[in-house]
Design a protein around this ligand. Structure first.
Ligand code: ATP
Length: 911
């Protein structure tokens, strides 16, 4: 191996230098790659191949941010002034409370950042490298200069690479250059004047761009912030990470803040006019402003979203964009691939039909045509057997291999296994008849052809969808020569097999004396001789049926979009319950190509199955659905799926089978490639949104209660009911702890039996406004009633009582709003333990402020007698009962929630 030391920083003239010479300069042999030890050494020197995240905040910056709130600063100023002229304890207590508040805010923000970082880590890309002569898949962040990276279509380029070897590599560089045409790459050395712009450096592949076609081998010449992408990232700075909901809440908070400030001004003026000390009134008014302005709400929403997203990993749903957590609940249509998502993608061959004679794996081979068909199935095939099985070939040939021994496309694995069942070993055949050329499979052509050397020349085997292969066949192959072929009858036969849910492939061959020019595709894939039809079975996923049912009862339409045969698609869709009738309408890719946008928009309302669809057509389906007001989740795994994934409201990529390109374009990644996971994610999204709403309902009602109390007191000729410390305490403890625990609230019963929420629906929809004002008024009224009653009976503890009523009423409130409709006794006290704990803790803390003698002078409280405490508890009970009554009324009005315990409604008709 070369020993020269690699450059310490990025090489920016890599495109001007010879690839081999550059590899030597990097101390690497392109044939074997770096040694693992050397890679570790270089990683220590060069750092990680990561872009710095400008939005990532240091703990100190986070902490400082907590004190940036203008009102908090005003409060601190006022506290200091009041301390200087009067009571220093007040100032200290206010300081302590403000600092505690900041610490809580900091902890939340920190947790949110950690959760987001963990998600990013999980979503991080991988790269295929050659190290120590072995091909390995490693996290892209661990690449070092000098690494040899292997690329294939669908990969995101993990670092800046000087290309060493390519096979038809095409790269989409729009992410970097904005240029939307893909660039065909080459390996030759360029001259400086030809390659001033990045887009012209055709012998380089840049980090962040994507390979859309072909394969390549490249040398890493720059990583992380030294890459071209890194330079741009440095220029652009951080993107705005806030979600639409956060932005809406922040905007709403600003308007609310103005109103609150107005109210506080009134409180101040009225207080002073009534002869209170201006300093006390200023502190009261400012404390009220600090308590009632929901400045922390957008931040708490991040916490709830981020923690929710983290929880979703447990159900195999990885969220790549935080806003999708809040919009998942709005999904009205889920467009899913069939193979692997709705089905198990564990295929096996059911039968082979050649010259009208059926063969089932396990039986003896009936004839030479069947044998030749299986040869085609094994040779025109990219599946590989794991090396451990190859190790002992004698034994491997003798014992049948299972699916687990193979890797590659499940369709091809099934074919290789079928050949094996017929006594043909793929490895032996590959050795005997090496592949010399190929036309790879792609979903648009729906077929592939490979050329093999045989005695006396070459043979080309073609396999693919019957409609794609049969029209290219002009005869039936027999050992004796060409026999006539009834194309139409065979197509009909293929259709019959497909109608049983089988995936049917046609197998064909053509002999060549010389290797043809493969660029003329139509010429080489024509005049084929048919060998037979092979039918594969791919059973539906067992959990998919229940998931489809859940979808339908949740008002979500499941839609299947597949490259497979319409009859196969229909059979599987019917089996899964996506459609009710075995003859449900199917729209094919050919139909789609004919329909104009307006007609398509009408059709999408009825059609649940799309078959023989090219990935490029998916975007038309999404657009038509969106034009009809649907909120669409769409799955995809290939490079060509990316535009549709981006266009969909929720793009869903496959974590196991999919390409980097699809993942990059998506907002959700299914770690298990499973349809049921999308439905589970929607449910989780609904739960999280519900809990955010509960949090907002709780916080805003608490604030409203505090405002009503302070604002109405002077109008009712009562003294100021609460001191600044009480207000701040309520804001810190009472609002803070239980509010956050609402995030742990389990999903409401029947959450998947209600219609999707409109994405534009206001957070305050469904009577929330009225609740906030009404229940707030009730809490304020109760506080003031207790105050008036205590004053009229000469009770000296009236202020302690108001303070206690306010706190306890909020505890009663938070327990009552755990569900929007169900009574607390049906939820059970223990079903949200964090909340129960927070409520009990708050209660104990409140009791401590009253009954711990040392705290009395600080909180200006006095111990309450049992009767007084009972009055406070009674007032809290009134709030609880009122909210339960409100929910009972809502249950009556909304029959859907009342019927929650009944079995799900029958599936909607398919057409
Ligand atoms: P989905 O879109 O639901 O994942 P799919 O996997 O059937 O469906 P494609 O992979 O695009 O979609 O396949 C389309 C058709 O091409 C298949 O129905 C089959 O007839 C044919 N086909 C699939 N894989 C191969 C292959 N490896 N070689 C030849 N033909 C294939």
């Amino acid at each position: 191996m070369a020993t020269e030391t690699p450059p310490t920083t990025a090489v920016h003239d890599a495109h001007l230098r010879d690839a081999q010479e550059l590899a030597q300069a990097h101390g690497v042999d392109p044939g074997t790659g770096l040694h693992a030890d050397e890679a570790t050494r270089r990683a220590a020197r060069h750092g990680a191949n990561e872009l710095q995240d400008p939005a990532r905040r240091s703990p100190l910056a986070l902490l400082a941010e907590q004190f940036k709130d203008f009102m908090v600063l005003v409060l601190l100023g006022a506290a200091v002034v009041s301390g200087l002229v009067g009571d220093l304890t007040d100032t200290l207590v206010i300081l302590v409370i403000v600092v505690l508040n900041a610490l809580i805010g900091f902890t939340q923000a920190w947790r949110a950042d950690q959760a987001l970082a963990a998600l990013r880590q999980l979503a991080a890309a991988h790269a295929t490298v050659l190290r120590g002569g072995e091909v390995q898949v490693v996290p892209a962040g661990t690449l070092v200069p000098g690494d040899i990276v292997l690329l294939e279509a669908g990969n995101q380029i993990p670092a800046d690479l000087r290309l060493i070897e390519i096979a038809q590599l095409q790269v989409d560089e729009s992410a970097l250059t904005g240029e939307s045409v893909t660039v065909a790459k080459q390996t030759g050395t360029l001259a400086a004047q030809d390659a001033s712009a990045l887009g012209d450096r055709v012998n380089m592949a840049f980090k962040g761009t994507t390979a859309t076609h072909g394969r390549a081998r490249g040398l890493v010449v720059a990583i992380g912030m030294h890459t071209e992408l890194g330079k741009v990232a440095r220029l652009l700075g951080g993107e705005d990470r806030s979600t639409p909901l956060q932005r809406r809440l922040a905007a709403f908070g600003k308007r609310l803040a103005l109103a609150v400030l107005g109210i506080c001004a009134v409180v101040f003026v009225v207080g002073v006019l009534r002869g209170e000390s201006p300093l006390l009134m200023a502190l009261t008014a400012i404390s009220l402003a600090v308590a009632a302005i929901p400045e922390a709400m957008p931040a708490v929403v991040t916490v709830l979203l981020a923690l929710g997203a983290r929880r979703m990993v447990a159900i195999n749903a990885l969220v790549r964009r935080l806003p999708s957590v809040e919009t998942l609940g709005s999904v009205t249509t889920i467009c899913s691939d069939k193979t692997g998502t709705l089905t198990q993608n564990r295929m096996h061959a059911e039968l082979l039909l050649a010259r009208g004679v059926r063969w089932t794996p396990g039986d003896a081979l009936p004839g030479a045509v069947h044998r030749e068909a299986l040869r085609a199935a094994a040779l025109c095939n990219d599946a590989t057997r794991h090396s451990h099985a190859d190790g002992d070939d004698m034994e491997a040939t003798a014992t049948p291999t299972t699916l687990a021994d193979w890797q590659g496309d499940p369709t091809e694995t099934a074919l290789a296994l079928a050949a094996r069942a017929g006594g043909l070993d793929k490895a032996a055949l590959d050795a005997e008849n090496p592949r010399v050329q190929e036309q790879p499979f792609d979903s648009d052509r729906k077929r592939m052809t490979t050329f093999h050397r045989v005695a006396g020349g070459f043979v080309a085997y073609t396999k693919g969808a019957p409609e794609s292969v049969l029209p290219r066949c002009t005869a039936q192959w027999t050992p004796e020569g060409r026999a006539p072929l009834d194309n139409a009858a065979l197509l009909a036969q293929a259709g019959q097999l497909a109608a049983q849910g089988l995936r049917v492939l046609a197998l064909a061959r053509r002999g060549h004396a010389r290797l043809p020019d493969t660029n003329a595709l139509d010429a080489v894939e024509s005049e084929l001789e048919l060998l037979g039809l092979i039918a594969l079975i791919d059973p539906p996923r067992p959990e998919a049926q229940a998931a489809v049912r859940d979808c339908i009862s949740a008002g979500i339409t499941p839609v299947m979009i597949t490259g497979d045969h319409p009859a196969t698609a229909r059979a599987i869709a019917h089996r899964l319950g996506i459609v009710d009738t075995p003859d449900a309408p199917v729209l094919t890719g050919a139909d789609l190509a004919r329909l104009d946008a307006a007609t398509l928009q009408q059709r999408v309302e009825q059609v649940r199955i799309y078959a023989r669809v090219d990935p490029a057509q998916k975007i038309r389906i999404v657009e038509a659905l969106q034009a009809r007001g649907h909120f669409v989740a769409m799955t995809g795994d290939g490079v060509n799926d990316a535009p549709a994934l981006k266009r969909a409201d929720i793009g869903v990529a496959m974590g196991r089978g999919g390409t980097d390109v699809a993942r990059e374009a998506s907002s959700l990644v299914l770690l298990d490639d499973n349809f049921a996971t999308i439905v589970a994610a929607v449910k989780e999204g609904r739960r999280i949104y519900d809990n955010i709403r509960k949090f907002v309902r709780y916080t805003m009602t608490s604030n409203s209660g505090e405002i009503w109390t302070i604002f109405l007191a002077p109008l009712l000729l009562l003294p100021i009911p609460l001191l600044p410390i009480h207000i701040l305490w309520v804001n810190l403890v009472t609002d803070g702890l239980p509010g956050l625990a609402l995030a742990a609230e389990p999903a409401e019963r029947g959450i998947m039996r209600r219609q999707p929420r409109a994405p534009t629906e206001s957070m305050f929809a469904g009577g929330m406004w009225q609740h906030i004002l009404g229940i707030g008024l009730l809490i304020g009224g109760l506080c003031l009633a207790v105050q008036a009653w205590a004053l009229s009976t000469g009770n000296a503890h009236w202020q302690t009582m108001v303070f206690t009523v306010l706190t306890l009423a909020q505890m009663a409130h938070v327990m009552a709003i755990r569900s929007e409709s169900e009574p607390l006794w049906r939820l059970g006290l223990g079903s949200n333990r964090p909340l129960l704990g927070a409520v009990l803790l708050t209660f104990l803390l409140q009791m401590a402020t009253i009954y711990v003698p040392a705290l009395n002078p600080i909180f200006k409280t006095e111990p309450l007698g049992l009767a007084d405490l009972a009055v406070c508890l009674g007032a809290a009970l009134v709030v609880y009962v009122a909210v339960e009554l409100e929910k009972a009324w809502r249950r009556k009005r909304l029959p859907t929630t009342a019927a929650m315990d009944e079995p799900p409604p029958p599936a909607r008709p398919g057409a």
